[in-house]
Design a protein around this ligand. Structure first.
Ligand SMILES: Cc1cc2nc3c(=O)[nH]c(=O)nc-3n(C[C@H](O)[C@H](O)[C@H](O)COP(=O)(O)OP(=O)(O)OC[C@H]3O[C@@H](n4cnc5c(N)ncnc54)[C@H](O)[C@@H]3O)c2cc1C
Length: 450
């Protein structure tokens, strides 16, 4: 079959199943935060998600460490992210290193590093323990269910975004594919949090095509983590030889390929990393799943036979969602660069932060479509900048800001591009978030704060 073969689709009518002030498409960390933030600010909200749960890569992708939220000792991502951590921790579903563990103490490194709570942005080795959080994916689902119910928003799972409805240059709703057929969801404002810029691209917003490695994350059960840690720290030479072979078999991983989780004996494995796959292409995603699972089983056979602590291990699950890090990126009113991130450039219109960098409001604002914001990993950044600024906490901070911005624009009747950003910053602070309006001492100031 030639790829140019085409069929004609009959035009038809699509029932409107929901109308809301704010429609959020994509229930990952950014979309969940946007929807809760908008609903708490008084908007009626419909949140659309293709899968049967919320969390995106944080739950379905089984990305199980929240990091990138400290600048020295200052915690830079707060708000809804903080609330999620606190609520999961209350149920024992999130583990946070205590203040005395933070830093370079070798004893603390031995105790805490296998939780993945270290600062991998420093060149210092071993990486110091820092404030970050190991959590359980079903814990995330549980708490997000609770929070969307409390916020009183309409959640529509099992709904695949299909196209954006654009009238006179304004996004006015979306069409989704469901088991019941196509459905339309209309909104005063639309927020794209699909991670792949599906909504903004369909609306005609400018974007670039980024790419990065993909990973089929998995979890192992039946691991004796005490024995595995003892072996690593007390028999380093033997450990390194076996660990090196395990990594060769998986074919692409960070230095620590397994990390502890809040569930005893269950570890998450952020590997195999694989390059050359396009996260937007069905054929590539299908091949990546097969290749990932093949490598996983190859390595597991080896570690069961060779790695102390893993003799009785088994594969609990391979993440239901492929670990796609980067695809389309918005070309918005401002495009964040690698230099902005590295130099900690402070923007007067900062509305979110990561560890020590700032995200301007202009980077969630498309250039040529009205009533549309984006938030999350597809925000307006160069490919290199996004690789350094796409972790879950900063995506949540962006989502929280986008939800409030959309609600404020609707209630004040101004265009998103004319929004009073100083007021947005003030209101974000009032709800417990840190929009980055007050630059830290190590920021590079280029513009005067409003
Ligand atoms: C393997 C891997 C390891 C990582 N490690 C870390 C880490 O250790 N710590 C960390 O903080 N971050 C890590 N990250 C980055 C982080 O997970 C993501 O950048 C973050 O989850 C992005 O959040 P998001 O809400 O923008 O997008 P996503 O998490 O991708 O959420 C997008 C949501 O939109 C939904 N969606 C997409 N398309 C449609 C559609 N057409 N219709 C309806 N719904 C749709 C998806 O199902 C999903 O729920 C990692 C990422 C990967 C892939």
């Amino acid at each position: 079959m030639k790829m140019t073969d085409m069929i004609h689709e009959p035009a038809g009518q699509v029932p409107v199943v929901s109308r809301a002030d704010v429609v959020v498409v994509g229930g990952g960390p950014a979309g969940f935060s946007a929807a809760v933030s908008a609903a708490r600010a008084g908007a009626s909200v419909t949140l659309v998600e293709r899968y049967p749960y919320l969390g995106g890569l944080a739950s379905g992708g089984m990305v199980l460490v929240l990091d990138d939220m400290v600048n020295g000792t200052e915690v830079t991502v707060r708000g809804i992210c903080d609330e999620m951590i606190g609520r999961m921790a209350k149920h024992g579903l999130a583990v946070v290193p205590p203040p005395e563990a933070i830093g370079n103490d070798p004893a603390m490194h031995r105790k805490w590093s296998r939780w993945g709570v270290f600062d991998f942005h420093t060149h210092y080795k071993p990486h110091p323990i820092c404030y970050s959080v190991a959590f359980d994916p079903d814990g995330w689902k549980r708490i997000s269910d609770e929070m969307v119910l409390e916020a009183g928003l309409e959640l529509r799972l099992h709904s695949w975004f299909s196209r954006t409805i654009v009238e006179d240059g304004r996004a006015t709703g979306v069409v989704v594919e469901t088991k019941e057929g196509r459905q339309a969801i209309m909104g005063g404002m639309v927020i794209d949090t699909t991670g792949d810029l599906d909504v903004a691209a369909s609306a005609g917003a400018a974007f670039i095509e980024g790419a990065y490695m993909v990973t089929t994350v998995f979890r192992l059960g039946g691991v004796d983590t005490d024995e595995a840690e003892r072996f690593q720290f007390e028999e380093p030479e033997r450990f390194q030889a076996i660990d090196r072979e395990a990594k060769r078999l998986i074919g692409g991983s960070w230095d620590y390929w397994w990390l502890k989780t809040p569930l005893p004996g269950i570890v998450w494995c952020n590997c195999p990393h694989m390059t050359g796959y396009d996260g937007m292409k069905v054929a590539d995603l299908t091949r990546a799943e097969f290749e990932g699972r093949r490598r996983i089983h190859r390595m597991v056979d080896y570690i069961r036979a060779n790695l102390p602590g893993f003799a009785k291990c088994y594969v609990v699950d391979v993440a239901p969602q492929t670990g796609v890090r980067q695809t389309r990126l918005l070309e918005g009113e401002y495009v964040v660069t690698k230099e902005d991130i590295n130099q900690r450039v402070h923007f007067a219109d900062s509305i979110a932060r990561g560890r020590d960098y700032y995200t301007p409001y202009r980077a969630i604002l498309p250039r040529n479509v009205e009533n549309l914001l984006v938030a999350g990993r597809h925000y307006s950044a160069t490919s290199a900048a996004q690789k350094m600024s796409r972790e879950i906490p900063p995506c949540m901070a962006m989502g929280e800001a986008a939800g409030l911005a959309a609600t404020m624009a609707l209630s004040s009747g101004v265009k998103l591009r004319d929004l009073d950003v100083a007021e947005l910053q003030k209101r974000l602070r009032a709800q417990g978030a840190d929009p980055g309006d007050r630059p830290s001492a190590n920021a590079k100031i280029l513009e005067a704060t409003a």
